[in-house]
Design a protein around this ligand. Structure first.
Ligand code: AMP
Length: 223
């Protein structure tokens, strides 16, 4: 099964993606994570990409597109879940061309809807528990509000990630995501049009529900 997943930063895309990957034993291909690996390993590609990533800008297509298509080609037998690519209409078209040329079927495209302000608050409201990274705490989400200034699960001390508090960087990334002319929403609509022609299935999820309810809705449509 081959899947594309779209959703703004803060929409729970990573969480839902991880659940789908696990259930169907897919290769989870995340363009941002591939870049971070290159940067960590000090490769030429990593050096070229770093300045763009630090500024919250897209890495140029001549670096990004061949890198992602290359990883897709060598992915596992059960298929892949592609996250973070395509992020523009140009990338969407290039990916589709590569899939058609390679005879690779795209089964599902998932779009998680979340209003921009809600997405921003979710990111800025995230708090990390000193005892366990997996204890969810968010000062803007009622269901997982911290207990005062302590972790709601274990009472541990809480802190905020520096990049979650950088409003300028969050805005820049959301500018790219919510751009429905040439940006990421335009890329997702490119696939919505293909779905209307029967080339793949397009699943729309409301991102404001709980993790479990979104997961249940999603898995029902994939099965
Ligand atoms: P992410 O972890 O998905 O938020 O990606 C981190 C950064 O990697 C982005 O802010 C971009 O600078 C870069 N990046 C990831 N995916 C792409 C893409 N499809 N096209 C261009 N740049 C990308």
């Amino acid at each position: 099964m081959n899947i594309l997943i779209f959703g703004p930063n803060g929409s729970g895309k990573g969480t839902q993606g991880a659940l789908v990957k696990k259930k169907y034993d897919l290769d989870h291909i995340e363009s941002g994570a591939i870049f971070r690996k290159h940067i960590g390993g000090g490769t030429d590609l990593g050096k070229q990409a770093k300045a763009f990533i630090d500024r919250g800008e897209l890495v140029p297509d001549d670096i990004t597109i061949p890198m992602v298509l290359d990883v897709l080609k060598s992915s596992g037998a059960n298929g892949w879940l592609l996250d973070g690519f395509p992020r523009s209409i140009v990338q969407a078209q290039k990916l589709w061309d590569a899939l058609v040329t390679g005879g690779v079927k795209l089964d599902f495209v998932i779009e998680i809807l979340l209003p921009r302000l809600v997405a921003k608050n979710r990111i800025m409201g995230r708090r990390l528990c000193a005892n366990d990274n997996n204890h969810p705490n968010n000062i803007f989400i009622d269901a997982i509000k911290p207990n005062g200034d302590k972790c709601r699960v274990c009472g541990g001390a809480l802190s905020a990630r520096a990049d979650d508090q950088d409003e300028g960087a969050i805005d820049k990334r959301h500018d790219i995501y919510y751009d429905s002319t040439t940006g990421t929403l335009a890329a997702s609509y490119f696939y919505k049009d293909l779905a209307a022609k029967g080339k793949c299935k397009y699943i729309i999820l409301e991102g404001e529900g709980s993790i479990d309810s979104i997961k249940d809705t999603l898995l029902k449509q994939l099965d």
